[in-house]
Structures are given as C-alpha cells and as structure tokens.
Design a protein around this ligand. Sequence first.
Ligand SMILES: [Zn+2]
Length: 398
Amino acid sequence: MNASASAHLPEIDTQAALARFMTLAAIEGISGKERAVMTQIITMLVAAGVDELAIRYDDANTRSHIGGEVGNLIVDLPGSVAGPTTLLSAHADTVPVCVGSSPVIDGDEVKSARESTGLGADDRAGCATIVTAVTELLRSGVPHRPIKLLFCIQEEIGLCGARHLDPSLLGKIDQAFNFDGGTLDKLTVGATGGERITITLHGIAAHAGVAPQTGASAIVMAAEAIHDLYSNGWLGRVDKPGLGIGTANVGVISGGDATNVITPKLTIRAEARSHDAAMRQRIVEEIGKAFRAAAAAVKTDMGVSGRVDISSTVDYESFALAGDDPSVIAAEVAIKALGRSPYREVSNGGLDANWLHRHGIPAVTMGCGQKNIHTIDERLMINDYLDACRVALTLIRD
Ligand SMILES: [Zn+2]
C-alpha cells in the first residue's frame, strides 16, 4: 500500500476486525451445524445497531439432502439514500478438518494453535469481513445504499445453501459481492459447471471356481467401460476439437465381497465438469454410453448380459459475468483504491456464485486473505483480511 492510496482508505478499527474473525473462527460449525455461528453473527450485528427484525432465516435446510440446523441467514438494511441494492455474501460452514480450531496470531498471519486442525478462515473470514463492514458503516453514520446480507449454509458439501436459497427473500439485487477463500486481489468472474454421476452395474453372480462361465462380472464391466473412456479421451482432461473441453473422473468404486464370487454388483461414482453446459452433458452421455455398452458386452455362457442403472445430478451450472459487469467494475475500483492490483479469473470449481447466478443474482467472488484452505496449514493473512474489510465497507457506502 502506498502513501497516496492510503488517503482513500476507509477507516476501520483493525483490532476489533481481527477480534471478530478470531471469535467466529473458533466456533465449531461444519456443514449443517451452523446454528452457533449464525447466532454469533446475529449477536454481533445487533450490537452494531442492526434491527433484530431485519434478520431472518430462510428454509433452505428443509430442502437440503442433509437437513441441517438452520437455513441461510438473510439481513435487510434499508438504504438511508437511494442507490443500487447491494448484496454481500459469505458462507458460514467450514470443512471438518477445522473442527477444534484454536485461532492464534502468528506474526502477520492467523493460524490454529492446534496443529491437527485447520483454521476455518474459509469462510469465517468472509463472515467477519461482512460483519465488520456493516459495523463500521453504522458506526460512521455515513449515508448508505440499500444493503442485503446473505450468510449461506452448507457450501462445503455442494453449495447446498445457495442452491436452495429462496431468492424472493432478497428481492431485486443490483450489485453482489461474495467473499470466500483466497487472496483479495483475485476476482472470480465465472466458474465451471459440475455434474455427479452414480452408476450401478448389475452382473450375474456365480462361483468363481466351480462355474465362472455362468456369471457376468460387474467388475469386468467396469474395467471395460473405464478402459474405453480412457483410451478414447473421455476421462481426465477432455479436449475434443469442435466439441469443447472439460474434465471427467471416476472417483469411487465400491463392491465385491469375496474372491471366489463373480461379482454381481458394483457402484461407481463419477463426475464431469465444463464451462460449457452442452459439453458437460456430452461427457456425461459418453460415460453412460460406455457403461451401457460394457454391461451389454459382458455375458454368461448362455448369452445373458448384465445391466446398468445410471443417474446424474447437476451440482451447479457454469456461469460467466459480462466483462463490464457493474459488480466486477466496482470491486476492481475498490481494490485498486487500496493500492492493490486486482485480476480476473475463471474457476474450475463450483462457488455459491454459481447458484446465485441461477437465482438471477450475478455476483463477483473475492477472497479475504485465506491461504492453504481445507488443510491443517490454513492461514489468514491479516493485512489481506483487513483490506477485504475496507473493500466491503467501500462497496456498501454511498
Ligand atoms: Zn469457501
């Protein structure tokens, strides 16, 4: 940060901002168990002067496959002046490795004092960033535009909170900023789409020593299908000139009980991703085709073949913000004002922003100084985090 940029710095209480993060990171709250985190966020917001009646939960948890303690937390701050309605969002859950986190300051970073746990900065730093921005805004008394806050549940298990969000509770949003893991300078302006595939191969059991010819092995079917996909370029990085690019993976195979049985059943879990929905669907089709062909090809001596059940669910659709998207431009201006150099990136993983986009809310995603997320080496870079707080404040001030 240089001297001329510091003149534009929104003033924040850095001690309080850091304390807010430490408090939130220390709370246990994996996906589906976010109540304690949300309760703390509510306490902090009410202490900052937010009307309790402006804070409510939606019922996203009732539509999630795991249920969960609470829905997404939604806060409505009417504007003191007219202006674009601005959404700030972050997710409240952490991955299981962060259970037991004990945040301590280590030089210019925060880590977990307990070596076997991650810090949980992903994404309690995002929550703390938003709470800090609102606290500082209300403390300063400066006019502000209409603001909505969204604290999502269950991001880490497949973006469930954002997926099942009731967008009618947010109303029309003009600009949206999603604070998640990574450096503040990285603006994620698009992300891939992902689909999960479950394949159940039904073979025919037989004694492997006495009469193997009367069986049809589900394991052989799987091997044939996977070999076919692999040798034809439909697994791993998929690059098909004229069709598109994407990725595919067979990640889980389970089945079989004994070596002396021709395996009658196998369950396989696979995934496909692409920035292009049509290409992703094509990859899913190719995977289905290969397994159907293999199930039909592996037969008993009487010519009886196996069969296969295939189901797939879209985890998230891809999205790409326009080059002149107002949220992206506003984020870039705010980050540059701190003397930093923002850059745009497209993600190969899914984000809450994928689902926000589906709900008609184009959101730009930026980090809050987290690094090594989802590992026991997770850290929060304090200066990055404090800058994220300043950026969030800039984005909601008039
Ligand atoms: Zn995250």
